[in-house]
Write a protein that binds this ligand. Structure first.
Ligand code: FMN
Length: 309
């Protein structure tokens, strides 16, 4: 049976809350966590299409899923349509959509001709979308940044639309802008006004007030958050800070599904950022294994690990 797509969900709800693709972090336990708090759609981390298509090991480690992991969009980084479509074909039974990363600004990505490199290659992106759509009956979307000259963004969007891109996520920063700079909501509104497909806005969403501001200034169809959800996975449910039950829920799911020390530690550091004093943070920082973190959460924060494990 065909899974519900983002377009179905937009139609049903009007506006949607989306958890961004985040390398290392938007994995199965975190995806399940944010869904408990009003996230409508969740992305996997960016996965390299050429590696995914050729290695079963990579497929197992990069993308674990289950029947509750729905709707999930798998995000690929690819430099050509064949790699992308081969990878998309293998993933398609388990996902609601295939997204192409056109925004990763890291040097290694630009060197590999993926990510933000694609922002200057509208034809390559158009061919990639066309190849996926020619082979598979599954929504194909792109996550882009804006260009310094918005005429280029306009052309980019129009080319993608001409081959049937289903929707577009616009990160309102250029590829050289830092995440500390505010997202350009005027640029996002410009894209929304020029596009005929739904637009999801991304950049600088840390609270429901930010969500409201984006909707009122851009009229987009959905809002995507990355760092805001890392800090507070309950953001879209209206919580101003991470509620303690959310932390407990994360521990429960991370232990149940399995995780590594690095990711477990980082998620907890993000979620507890607002409730930890500097000295508590220093102590937490040096915990070097999952058992050490659990002991600490039990002794200093009253977590009942036996109930959650
Ligand atoms: C830890 C981390 C990992 C990220 N990984 C990805 C990724 O895999 N794919 C992607 O398109 N963007 C990735 N991004 C960018 C975010 O999806 C998002 O576009 C950016 O952080 C701006 O949103 P924000 O202001 O809500 O954080 C990542 C960002 C962070 C902080």
């Amino acid at each position: 049976m065909q899974k519900r797509t983002i377009l179905d969900i937009i139609e049903e709800k009007g506006k949607i809350n989306v958890c961004a693709p985040m390398v290392r972090y938007s994995k199965l336990p975190f995806r399940e966590l944010v869904r408990q708090y009003n996230c409508d759609v969740v992305y996997t981390p960016m996965i390299l299409a050429d590696v995914f298509k050729s290695s079963e090991f990579a497929r197992e480690t990069d993308f674990s899923t289950n029947e509750r992991d729905d709707p999930v969009v798998i995000q690929f980084a690819a430099s050509n349509g064949k790699d992308l479509a081969d990878a998309a074909e293998l993933a398609s039974p388990y996902v609601s959509g295939i997204d192409i990363n056109c925004g990763c600004p890291q040097k290694w990505a630009i060197h590999e001709k993926i990510g933000a490199h694609l922002m200057s290659q509208p034809e390559t992106v158009r061919d990639m979308i066309r190849t996926v759509k020619g082979r598979l009956n599954i929504p194909c979307s792109i996550k882009i940044r804006v260009h310094p000259d918005l005429k280029e963004t306009y052309e980019f969007v129009k080319r993608a639309e001409s081959v049937g891109v289903e929707y577009i996520t616009v990160h309102g920063r250029t590829k050289t802008q830092k995440n500390t700079e505010p997202a350009n909501l005027d640029a996002i509104r410009f894209v929304k006004e020029s596009a005929s497909v739904p637009i999801i806005a991304n950049g600088g969403v840390f609270s429901m007030a930010d969500v409201e501001e984006i909707y009122s200034k851009t009229n987009v169809d959905g809002v995507m958050s990355a760092r805001g959800l890392l800090r507070n996975p309950a953001l879209f449910a209206g919580y101003e800070n991470t509620p303690w039950e959310c932390i407990e829920s994360y521990v429960h799911m991370a232990l149940g599904y399995g995780t590594n020390h690095f990711i477990f530690h980082h998620h907890l550091m993000y979620m507890m950022e607002d409730i930890m004093s500097n000295s508590e943070r220093k102590t937490f920082n040096i915990l070097s294994s999952i058992p050490a973190i659990l002991d600490h959460l039990e002794s200093d924060w009253g977590l009942d690990v036996s109930r959650l494990a």
